[in-house]
Ligand binder design. Structure first.
Ligand code: NAD
Length: 458
């Protein structure tokens, strides 16, 4: 099948992945309709507002003109050559991914399938076998499904929140799983991305070192597994660094030196060896659990992944223990948490380590103040069950605090002048849960897995 260029594309789900996908596909020349069941989100998008915080996304979306439209009406699927499913797959109670949004998206797509050839692309992270399952759902929901003209493809997403634009425009690899004929259509769809023939958008210049992405064509199952295995491996690396960091503290070694030393080995690599509070966000926890539950379904244990999860959650307690070592008790003490989002440059609070920190501090009777440059409004809506006082400024966050925990390494915190702020605290105690404070400050600084370099502590 020869794909028209520009192609008509429907993107189902306008969250972190759907918005990035819609923006990218419009930017490389296609006509894109973003569809969501959340009327509020669509209304915002129609008004030119972006419902999430992602650097550069506003400009990318607003510069697409007629190529990009938004609706809650699934009938746009009728004219689409390619349909991307980008809905959420949150973990169920037992860690198994909840596929209800994928199922309902597939049912809604089925209503508008006709004789026209289409590729239905699953970009959501789903259990291995979901591609076949989606095909069966489509077959069950409509007689129009024709396996010689309708194809299901897996095209997992590897973007990171906070750097989503660069990750989507200049990816290491594009993974495509499914039947060869469908993968050929996907290759045509992505041709401007693969050949890098598009002009970089404002705010996302092409890195000098970047040439073109690798295109990896696999079976549906392998593509689905690649996504899970990639996230699980990255999570594992962080937990490994955290496990080693605990021993570093006990034997007088410094995890930063150790990580640099092992990371220089090209077989290991420098990245994702950062000790600290551990991973968070909507993907690592969910996907490691998802893989374990896939193993469970096949009576196959995955002890390495379970250990990675356990170590990750232990790290949150490690930070509280550091606090208690200095304060003895936090009951009635004012403890400030700097950073609420799970990482800088996003407003995403899903599985943010700060959530656990605040709830542990609540249990211990601390009086918690929290600050985040972007995610605070969202926290006010989503973290109503936690007890904390939102600080309206960094200054307010420091005033009269008995301790400050640096939980998210936002630029605002990395570039602020610490000493005048520390002077307003009751006692200058800083728990640097991300190991990012490099210069001496007038405080007792606790980091993870290391003795602070001489002269950095008072
Ligand atoms: P999200 O929760 O931000 O967005 C999902 C969107 O889908 C919401 O706007 C929701 O209203 C919409 N939706 C739900 N059901 C729908 C339906 N039937 N029809 C139309 N819209 C519907 O989720 P996200 O973070 O974008 O993640 C989407 C998928 O991508 C997940 O499987 C996730 O694991 C995966 N993923 C996420 C990231 C990330 O960094 N967020 C990275 C890679 C992969």
């Amino acid at each position: 099948m020869q794909l028209n260029h520009p192609a008509n594309v429907a993107v189902i789900g306008t969250g972190y992945v759907g918005l990035g996908t819609a923006g990218l596909l419009a930017h490389i020349g296609h006509r894109v309709t973003g569809i969501d069941i959340d009327q509020n989100k669509i209304d915002m998008l129609l008004r030119g507002e972006v419902p999430i915080h992602e650097p550069g996304l506003d400009d990318l979306l607003s510069s697409q003109g007629d190529r990009l439209t938004w609706t809650t009406d699934y009938s746009a699927v009728r004219d689409a050559d390619v349909i991307f499913i980008c809905v959420g797959t949150p973990p169920g109670l037992d860690g198994t991914p909840d596929l209800q949004y994928v199922v309902s998206a597939a049912a809604s797509i089925a209503e508008y399938l006709n004789g026209n050839a289409k590729v239905i692309v699953n970009k959501s992270t789903v259990p291995i076998g979901t591609g076949d399952y989606v095909q069966r759902l489509l077959e069950d929901h409509t007689r129009a499904f024709d396996p010689t003209r309708h194809f299901v493809v897996s095209n997992p997403e590897f973007l990171r929140e906070g750097t989503a634009l660069g990750d989507s425009l200049y990816p290491d690899r594009i993974v495509l799983g499914g039947q060869m004929e469908a993968l050929e259509i996907m290759t045509q769809l992505y041709a401007p991305l693969i050949d890098q023939t598009f002009s970089p958008p404002k705010g996302a210049p092409r890195p000098e070192w970047f040439t073109r992405p690798a295109v990896i064509k696999t079976s549906l199952q392998s593509a689905e597994m690649i996504k899970y295995a990639a996230n699980a491996f990255l999570a594992l690396k962080i937990s490994f660094a955290n496990e080693i960091s605990g021993l570093c503290e006990r034997v007088g070694a410094d995890i930063e030196e150790v990580a640099a030393g092992i990371g220089m080995d090209q077989r290991i690599g420098q990245r994702f060896l950062q000790a600290g509070l551990g991973w968070g966000g909507s993907c690592f926890g969910k996907d490691t659990q998802g893989l374990i539950s896939a193993g469970r379904e096949h009576q196959y244990e995955m002890p390495i992944l379970q250990a990675a999860i356990d170590i990750n959650y232990r790290q949150r307690r490690v930070i509280i223990d550091k606090l208690l070592r200095h304060l003895k008790t936090v009951k009635g003490k004012r403890v400030t948490v700097l950073g609420m989002a799970f990482k800088p440059n996003t407003d995403d609070l899903r599985d943010a380590p700060t959530h656990d920190l605040i709830s542990q501090l609540n249990r211990l009777g601390a009086s918690v103040t929290a600050h985040d440059p972007i995610a605070m409004k969202r926290a006010e809506r989503e973290w109503t069950h936690l007890n904390y006082t939102p600080a309206s400024s960094i200054q307010e966050a420091f005033e009269r605090a008995d301790a400050v925990i640096l939980a998210t390494e936002w630029d605002d915190y990395m570039t602020m002048d610490w000493n005048p702020l520390l002077a307003t605290m009751r006692r200058p105690l800083v728990i640097d849960a991300r190991n990012v404070i490099r210069s001496p400050i007038n405080a007792l600084v606790e980091q993870v897995g290391r003795d602070a370099p001489r002269g950095e502590r008072r």
